[in-house]
Design a protein around this ligand. Structure first.
Ligand SMILES: C[S@@+](CC[C@H](N)C(=O)[O-])C[C@H]1O[C@@H](n2cnc3c(N)ncnc32)[C@H](O)[C@@H]1O
Length: 221
């Protein structure tokens, strides 16, 4: 029972993942379910998600990360780099969803990589490595580079330009999948990228949170 004027915020559970990604294995469900406990614990020591947002972990962080999968289902054997992963977004949810794809998560702040390593260990991820480094220092080639909330595309692309594998395996050429929101016109113009595709997330998800959010995809160029 609630008193007049008392507000109850209902935390979103992992059910929201299963609504949009049915058919996951028991192991994947266990991993997604365990993320809440692990992030609550680690976020209390090292802040990677704002305190008021932790109740929205499954919607704002996990499902948002997984939206990349609606645009680009990664294939077994592909390699994906997550630049500026913070506490592991979008890389950790994607690594659970695609256990046969190799993920490399990088962040320039060591404490954040500590959270990534602890969460990854806590759910037994075997297809993820993480490095405390600037993205520019990573010397490897990838099929796709993912990112969220790191910097403007005009600054981002020079960091990753030389890091794409030549051989494409997927339905779209190797390239960048960046989670962005709001009005992107100016940013896209400033980026000087000559081919960019916007995938509106409201086409895949009904929650208001996804209105005005996009996966921005551009091939290596
Ligand atoms: C706002 S946080 C976003 C974290 C995560 N992607 C998310 O969406 O929750 C931006 C992160 O980018 C990292 N970062 C910024 N520039 C970077 C670079 N050149 N290389 C690696 N990480 C970088 C910062 O340390 C920070 O953790």
């Amino acid at each position: 029972m609630f008193l007049a004027g008392e507000r109850k915020t209902q935390a979103v559970t992992s059910d929201i993942i299963y609504k949009y990604f049915p058919g996951l294995s028991a192991k994947q469900k266990q991993q997604f379910d365990k993320l809440e406990e692990l992030y609550r614990f680690w976020n209390a020591q090292i802040n990677v998600i704002s305190r008021k947002d932790i109740d929205s972990l499954y919607l704002h962080h996990i499902l948002h990360s997984l939206s990349i999968a609606k645009v680009m289902p990664f294939l077994p054997g592909e390699k994906v780099l997550d630049v500026g992963t913070g506490g592991g977004f979008p890389g950790i949810p994607l690594a659970i969803l695609f256990p046969d794809t190799q993920f490399h998560l990088v962040d320039s702040i060591g404490k954040k990589i500590k959270v990534v390593q602890e969460v990854s260990k806590g759910i037994g991820l075997e297809n993820l490595v993480s490095t405390h480094a600037r993205a520019e220092q990573i010397d490897d080639k990838f099929n796709f580079i993912v990112s969220r909330a790191v910097t403007q595309l005009k600054d981002f692309y020079p960091w990753v330009r030389g890091k794409f594998a030549k051989k494409p395996l997927n339905k779209l050429p190797n390239g960048v999948l960046y989670l962005k929101g709001g009005d992107l016109q100016e940013e896209l113009k400033d980026s000087k990228l000559n081919e960019v595709h916007l995938y509106p997330l409201s086409e895949y998800f009904e929650e208001d949170f996804f209105e005005t959010k996009y996966v921005v995809y551009f091939p290596a160029q």
